[in-house]
Every structure is written in structure tokens, then in C-alpha cells.
Design a protein around this ligand. Structure first.
Ligand code: ADP
Ligand code: MG
Length: 698
């Protein structure tokens, strides 16, 4: 049997070193296996023939049968093109090529009957078809009966004749070469229980569907495969973690926790906070190590929950640390914690990138000796020279800013891993959480502290600026502060910077009586922090910013959030930004400013923002609108999960089903040692062995 993942696509006819390199670079396709799993993104029904006289420019793909009457080459250089007049008896349409002109002229003959396939585009008052597929009538049946697959290709690929059709031909060659020998990935018992078709059948039908029904079966089988092995891997990680690591048991709820809870807690916990604290206590008090994801909308009070968890660790003679993604946030946490614990005998320290050498030198021995109870900081915490006496609990705030690698380093701070609590304000839909963090337990704070007024959100167009300024002036007169956020997109960083600076000049002119300031990604950290600090302390009235203010900053007095070019932000980003206001007791406002020209999707995004402030609803809507691929968190997560066919927005039930089947298998055969499960084990190894065993970390 051919080892699919080890055999290069170079062994396929027509693929030389150049094309192989291009396939790898542009499409990530290096091996036979990669190619097999390079699925079509859509199918077009080619069972229907159209006539030339019925063609309009708004048609998608059409198929014509007829012959080429003549060829003609027009233009020079970049505009050089080959035009074929194609007739089917009902009319004549032009077929156009800009590339491969001599090849086409050589290959296709006037007078011969062809099937032409492509997308009509409007050209002057008529239509033409640019770069159509052409097959002699007698061959067309082989590759193109009924549903024709379409594969993603890049411009570079197309330039080297690796268009969708060429990929289709490669798939054809590969499937012929492999015959009925594609190694089955699912075990017989799983196939039996799920009633899925075999992998060989699925692969044939995903690339060359026999019928719509078989295509659906193939898609189901391959989606299941994809989700099933991710879940099987998580189930394996979970069970190995529970058996390997005893964890730092924290059974005692002692003086620190109780004193704080009874005497210093400034307000009553919300029911949701209480529930989450109970969940954390159960984890930390139990025998195995905690790995928990805490999701809670901005302002839901995660910090306090984190603090209670840290006190629990201290009560059991362990140290705790809390890591934030930026210095500003670390400083803020430090100030908050110091403030809460000011009357208690607990030693808290701060360690960030700007902690002075001398202070560090003094700090390290106090961390090693265990004198420091709580260490708060940025990724400076995970540097090698930070050594704990006994780290029992590590808390990571706003986790999506931390790569898996960084978390792994935190993990290694002990002979045995500490309890880990990962906190995020980016709500993650359940299906996505199961796929990214299937080995974590999840807690949710789904309630805001009492007295919070939901942020009033409105959508305005660019030409409504005058009223907008008047409104801002009213709020600032009341003593409030305002944010104005400009989009920042990597490719056009210069433009964005220009927008921000222009905006700054406009605001400075319109509000001469107030202090206007700006902060952006090009500034040095110290500069940025200074600007933020002035805003936090209320010296600045209006702060213009790029998205650098997105995460976590807490300025309760800021009550206005203006988002410029709101159409350029994603839903979850808009939600994060809006979360910067509404943190105090005043009514807060979020104004989304956009141009008139909006796509349907964009308009829907802005409507959703106006309709709801519930982060989970927004995350679900985001998943539906964008598909999981673009969701924040998936790319940065570093979990290496790249779904090729399953869709988390649509396949939630299948995902749960895959998880249940995976759990069932592990319950019966926890090491996959039975003969029957060898294939599952093998597949897990192929899929996940190159990566580290992240099972131990969050
Ligand atoms: P986040 O979940 O975004 O990290 P924070 O922990 O920063 O939220 O809390 C936001 C604000 O709400 C803080 O000022 C905090 O003191 C306050 N807060 C937290 N819990 C409660 C509560 N149960 N009742 C009232 N205020 C609370
Ligand atoms: Mg927070």
C-alpha cells in the first residue's frame, strides 16, 4: 500500500519539480495525501447544455456544444489575446485567451465539435467567455458528467496552467493510480455504528461525484473523519492528562480566601461568578490538574474570579501567577489586585518588560523562596530565569494573544504542571470551543454585574459628522471621555496611519477647548503607555486610536466609543471595541460610522451590533456570517487546526456526534490497543505526531 503522506505529487504525470514546488507553496499540496485532501470548494452542474442565443452576463457557469469557426490574434504585449469565434447554430460567442495562445491554437481545431465550459462576462454589448475549458465532445463525458468540481487556485498557479481543471486532472490521475487501495482511517466498528461509506468511495465521490446523493454521503463521511480525529485526539489528551498528572490539590478553603470573601469583597458576586468559583474550587480541590477556559464578556468580572482562585492556591501554600498580554493590562491587574488586597498580608509583585534590572534582581530570590505569593506580569513571567518555589496556579488573561508555545513554557515552571485557568473575553461559539479547546473544561460568566446599562449602539453614515461632534461635545461637557477608533489593516498600514493623523487634525480643530490625543501601533511601548496613562487618569478628553486599545483596558469614565470605517471591522472586533465603554455607571454609547456603500453582509454585521450586546449571540452570528476560517482565534490559536471540509457553523450536530463516538471508543479501549483500533491509532499518529503533545497544556 502506498504511503500517501510520503509520496510526492511529483510522481504524477505532468508534474515536474517546478509545478510541484508551486503546488506546495501556493496550495500546501506536497504529497499524494495533501492532494487527495485538497477538496473542491464547489460543484457546478454540467449535465445541462445551454444555447448561445440564451446567454446573458448574469449567468454563472454554462456549457455549450458547437465548433470553433476561426481564430484571431489581437493586440500587443499585455493586451495580446486570442479570440475564437464559437458557434452552436443559434448564435456566435467569442472565446478569449490572454495566456497560452500558441498552445491553444495548436490544440484545438476549427470545425471539430467541442464542449465549452466557462463563465460568460459582459463585453461591450455582447458576452464572451474568458479562458473557458474545452473538451472534444467524445472526451467530455470522462471527466465532466454532471457535477463538476471546482478547486481553489491562485493567480500564480493559473499562470503556470495549474487551474481548477488541471487540479481535477491530477485528482483523476491520482485516483486511477491508487485504485481501490486508499487506506481506511475508520475502524470497522466505527463504520458499522455510523453507517458511513468507505474512505475510498468518499474520495472518489468528493472529486468525481457519481450523483448528488453520493456527493452528500462523501461530504458527510469526510467531515465526520475530520471532526472525529480531532475529538479522538482531545479525548486521548484528557485521559492521559488525568492519569499522568496528579495536580496540586487545593482542598483547603482557608484564611485568605475567607477573610477576603467576608471582609474585603466590595460587592456581592453575581450568580454566574459564584457558579464559576464553585467550578474552579471543585477542580483545584480534586486530584487532577485543572485546565479550564473561562469565558465571560467584557466587564463580566473575570478578574475577581481569578483573584479568588489565587487566594485558594495561597491557602494551600502554593504561589499563583497571572499573565496578561500587554504591559498596560498587567499594570492594571496589579493595581486592581493590590487595591483589593491592601489590608491583607499577601505579597504581590509585578514583573513586566520594563521592570528594571535592579528590581528584577531583587525580585527573583523572593519568587524562588516562595515569599512572593502572587506574581502578575506579561510574558516576562515565562522567561527562563523566573523560577517559582511552588507554582500551584497559573492564570492567563485574554488568552488569544498568547501562543501555545508560550503557554507551554509556563507549564514547565514546575516538575508537575500547575492548575491552569485561561480567561477570554472573546466569546467562542460552542462548536469552535470544542474544536479548539476540546481538552479544556469550559466555564462561562453569562451575566453582567447589576446596574450596568447596556451600551446604546447606533449606526451612522459618514455625512452625519456634525451631529456626531455635537453629541460628543455634550458628553465631554458632562465630564466623560471618548474613544475614536480607526481601522488598522496590515496591508495598508500607511493609509491607516494617514487616516488616523488626519482624524487627529480634524478633532484637534473641532475641539480646541479639549485635549485630544492619539495612540497607534507604530509608537514605542513606552510612548503608548504614556498616552494611555494620560487617558486613564482623565487628562485626555478624546483619544484617537487604532485597534491597539482593543483588549482589556478599563477606563470607567469613558462613555463614548466612535468607530470610524466600521465596515472594515469584523463582528467580534467591533464587540471587543464596544466593550471598552459601558464600564462605569453612566449610560454609554457606541457609534458605528460607515460609508453608504455596504455589502449585504457588512450591513448585517452592523445591524447585529445595533440589535444585541450579547457576546455569545454575536459570536454565533459571526460564525454564521463568516464561516469559522476567518474567526479571530482560529488563526492565532496555534492549535494547528485547519478544517478542510467541516464547517463549524453548519456541522455542530455532527461535531457532537463525532465527540460522542470518540468518547465511546476510549471508554472501551483507553489506549486503543485492540487490533480493531490499530487504524485509528495510526491515523492519530499521522495527523498529530509532528506537533508537540500539547495534551499537557491548555
Ligand atoms: P472583565 O471580565 O472584562 O475582566 P473586570 O474583572 O475587569 O471584567 O470587571 C469589570 C468591572 O466590574 C470592575 O470594575 C470590577 O470591579 C467590577 N465588578 C466585578 N464583579 C462585580 C460584581 N459582582 N458586582 C459589581 N461590580 C463588579
Ligand atoms: Mg479583564
Amino acid at each position: 500500500m502506498i504511503e500517501l503522506d510520503k509520496r510526492s505529487v511529483m510522481y504524477l504525470p505532468g508534474v515536474g519539480p517546478k509545478k510541484a514546488a508551486l503546488l506546495e507553496k501556493e496550495a500546501g499540496v506536497a504529497s499524494f495525501e495533501d492532494l487527495l485532501y485538497y477538496f473542491p470548494y464547489k460543484y457546478v452542474d454540467r449535465s445541462r447544455l445551454y444555447t448561445v442565443d440564451s446567454i446573458t452576463a448574469d449567468m454563472h457557469y454554462i456549457q455549450l456544444k458547437g465548433n470553433i469557426q476561426s481564430f484571431e490574434t489581437l493586440g500587443e504585449g499585455r493586451t495580446k489575446r486570442l479570440i475564437a469565434r464559437f458557434s452552436d447554430g443559434t448564435g456566435i460567442i467569442e472565446l478569449v485567451w490572454f495566456k497560452g495562445i500558441s498552445y491553444i491554437k495548436e490544440k484545438y481545431r476549427p470545425g471539430k465539435e467541442y464542449i465549452v465550459f466557462g463563465r460568460p462576462t459582459e463585453f461591450g454589448r455582447t458576452c464572451n467567455i474568458v479562458h473557458p475549458d474545452i473538451d472534444p465532445v467524445e472526451q467530455a463525458g470522462q471527466v465532466a458528467n454532471g457535477l463538476t468540481p471546482f478547486y481553489n487556485t491562485t493567480d500564480k498557479m493559473k499562470q503556470s496552467f495549474l487551474n481548477s481543471r488541471a487540479i481535477q486532472n491530477l485528482q483523476y490521475a491520482l485516483l486511477n493510480l491508487l485504485g481501490p487501495t486508499i487506506r481506511e482511517t475508520l475502524s470497522a466498528d466505527v463504520l458499522r455504528r455510523t453507517g458511513m461509506i468507505s474512505l475510498t468511495e468518499a474520495m472518489r465521490n468528493i472529486h468525481f461525484p457519481e450523483s448528488a446523493d453520493m456527493l452528500a454521503k462523501a461530504q458527510l463521511r469526510l467531515k465526520f473523519d475530520e471532526l472525529f480525529f480531532i475529538q479522538l485526539n482531545f479525548v486521548r489528551m484528557l485521559s492521559s492528562r488525568k492519569s499522568k498528572h496528579a495536580g496540586f490539590t487545593c482542598p483547603t478553603v482557608g484564611d485568605n480566601f475567607n477573610t477576603f470573601y467576608k471582609n474585603y469583597l466590595p460587592f456581592e458576586l453575581t450568580d454566574a461568578q459564584k457558579r464559576v468559583v464553585r467550578e474552579i474550587r471543585a477542580d483545584m480541590g480534586g486530584r487532577s490538574q485543572m485546565n479550564r477556559l473561562l469565558q465571560g464578556d467584557v466587564g463580566s468580572g473575570k478578574t475577581l474570579v481569578a483573584l479568588l482562585a489565587m487566594l485558594l492556591a495561597i491557602d494551600n501554600n502554593y504561589q499563583a501567577c497571572m499573565m496578561a498580554p500587554t504591559e498596560i493590562l498587567a499594570n492594571q491587574h496589579y493595581a486592581t489586585v493590590m487595591n483589593f488586597l491592601s489590608d491583607m498580608n499577601i505579597r504581590v509583585a509585578l514583573l513586566t518588560g520594563s521592570t528594571k534590572r535592579k528590581e528584577r534582581d531583587e525580585l527573583w530570590p523572593r519568587i524562588i523562596s516562595g515569599e512572593i505569593n502572587i506574581l502578575i506580569g506579561t510574558h516576562a513571567l515565562i522567561e527562563n530565569n523566573v523560577i517559582f518555589h511552588s507554582l500551584g496556579l497559573a492564570i492567563i488573561d485574554e488568552q488569544h494573544r498568547f501562543g501555545v508555545e508560550q503557554r507551554a513554557r509556563l507549564w514547565k515552571k514546575n516538575s508537575s504542571p500547575p492548575h491552569v485557568l485561561v480567561m477570554t473575553a472573546t466569546p467562542i461559539p460552542r462548536t469552535l470551543a470544542m474544536t479548539l479547546y476540546g481538552d479544556l473544561d469550559v466555564s462561562v460568566i453569562d451575566q453582567l454585574p447589576p446596574g450596568r446599562k447596556p451600551v446604546m449602539t447606533q449606526h451612522r453614515y459618514d455625512n452625519g459628522k456634525k451631529e456626531l461632534y455635537a453629541f460628543m461635545r455634550r458628553e465631554i461637557r458632562l465630564g466623560r471621555q471618548a474613544y475614536v477608533v480607526y481601522p488598522m489593516i496590515e496591508e495598508s498600514e500607511k493609509m491607516d496611519y494617514k487616516n488616523l493623523v488626519e482624524g487627529f487634525e480634524i478633532f484637534a480643530e473641532i475641539f480646541p477647548e479639549y485635549k485630544v490625543d492619539m495612540v497607534h501601533g507604530r509608537m514605542k511601548t513606552a510612548e503608548k503607555d504614556a498616552v494611555m496613562q494620560r487617558f486613564i487618569t482623565g487628562q485626555t478628553n478624546i483619544l484617537l486610536a487604532t485597534t491597539v486599545i482593543e483588549v482589556g483596558v478599563n477606563v470607567p469614565n469613558a462613555s463614548v466609543m466612535i468607530i470610524e470605517s466600521a465596515e472594515r471591522f469584523g463582528l467580534s472586533q467591533l464587540h471587543q471595541l464596544r466593550g471598552r465603554v459601558g464600564r462605569g455607571s453612566d449610560q454609554s454609547y457606541c457609534i458605528l460610522v460607515s460609508s453608504y456603500k455596504l455589502s449585504a453582509d457588512t450591513r448585517r454585521r452592523l445591524e447585529i451590533m445595533v440589535e444585541t450586546s450579547n457576546g455569545f449571540e454575536i459570536a454565533e452570528a459571526d460564525l454564521r456570517l463568516r464561516g469559522h476560517g476567518d474567526l479571530e482565534g482560529t488563526r492565532q490559536s496555534g492549535t494547528g487546526i485547519d478544517l478542510k471540509i467541516a464547517n463549524l457553523a453548519a456541522d455542530g450536530q455532527l461535531l457532537q456526534y463525532a465527540r460522542d463516538i470518540a468518547s465511546g471508543i476510549y471508554e472501551k479501549d483507553s489506549n486503543l490497543t485492540s487490533q480493531e483500533h490499530t487504524c485509528l491509532k495510526q491515523r492519530l499518529t499521522t495527523l498529530f505526531s509532528q506537533k508537540h503533545d500539547w495534551g499537557m497544556i491548555s
